[in-house]
Ligand binder design. Sequence first.
Ligand SMILES: C[S@@+](CC[C@H](N)C(=O)[O-])C[C@H]1O[C@@H](n2cnc3c(N)ncnc32)[C@H](O)[C@@H]1O
Length: 318
Amino acid sequence: MRSLSLFSGGGGLDLGFERAGFLHVASFEIMEEAGQTLKKARPGWDVYGGESGDVRGVDFKKWRGLVDVVHGGPPCQPFSNAGRQRGHLDERDMWPEFVRAVNEIKPMAFIGENVPALGSAKFSNYVVENISGPLSEHYHVTPVTLQACDFGVPQVRRRIFFVGFRNKRVANRWKAPQPTHYWSDATIDAGGDRCMGLREALGLPDIGTDDLSPTIRSSLTGPRHTTSILNSVAAQRKFDSLKIWPNGVAASRESARAFVAKNGHFRLSVPDVALIQGFPEDWPFVGATYMTLGQIGNAVPPPLAYAVASSVADALKR
Ligand SMILES: C[S@@+](CC[C@H](N)C(=O)[O-])C[C@H]1O[C@@H](n2cnc3c(N)ncnc32)[C@H](O)[C@@H]1O
C-alpha cells in the first residue's frame, strides 16, 4: 500500500509508515531543514521541502488513485496547552489544508495526528466543524488517544489520532492499537514487554531510581528558540530526580561530555533526545541544534507511528 505524508517534519510518522510496510509516495514539509533530513535519511523518497512543500500551494488532485493512505500532523500550536489555544483563529491552523488534501486525493484511509488537547471539551466544536464534520461526508472517522510508553518509548507522551476509512466495513474491523509495553503496575496485566525508563534507555548507571521521561517539548514551539527540552516545572523536578540535565542540549555526545552541567547531572545530546523520542540513533537530522531538537520534539515517536500505521494496514488488507 502507498502512503502520502503531509506536514512531515523530521519524519516520525513517515518512518512508522515505512516500517509498517507502506510504500512512500511523497512528503510535504515547509521547513527547509526538515525536508533535507527526510532527503538525507531516504534519498529515494519524493520529498517536497521548503517552498515547494507548503501544502497551501499544492493541487492534490494529481495524486488521486495513486495513494491508499494520507497521513499528517498539522501544526499543534493552535491547540497546545503550552500555547494560547486560539484554534481556527490561529493562522498556523492547517487542519483545513489536511481536510482539503484528503478530499482531493480520496485515499482509502487517512490518519491525522495532534496534541491530546484537541480531544478536550474546549475543542469539541472545532473538531466537529473542521475535522470530523467535513471529512465524514466520505469517511468514517474515529479519534483515538494513545500513550507513547505503551509502545516502548521511554517517555510520557499522549497524542490523538483521527483515523478515517472510506469503507464502512473496513472502518468497523479496524482495531485501535493495543499496548505492546507496560511501565506501571496498572498496565502489567495486559502483558507485553517492560518499557525502559529514561536512565536505562540512555545506558546510564543505576542510581536506585528510574522513570519515564516527561513529555519533551519542541524547541520550535515557543516564542523563542531554545536548546532545552523542558516543558514544565514538574518536568524539571523529574529530570532532577533522575540526575539528567534537560537544558543546553549538545549537538553530539562528545560535546555533551566536554560541557559538564554545573550540578554534575548528565547533559543530553541530540542523539540522546532522538532516542527518548524513539528515533533510530542514526536518523540524520539536519540543521542547527535547536532546529534538530525542533524536528525531534515535534515528531510522533516512530514506534507509536508504526503501531497506528500497522493497525490501518491490517484493517485495509483483510
Ligand atoms: C507537528 S509537526 C509534524 C511532525 C511529523 N508528523 C513527525 O511525526 O515527525 C508539523 C509540521 O508542519 C510543518 N508545516 C507547518 N505549516 C506547513 C505548511 N503550510 N505546509 C507544509 N508543512 C507545514 C511544520 O514545519 C512542522 O514540521
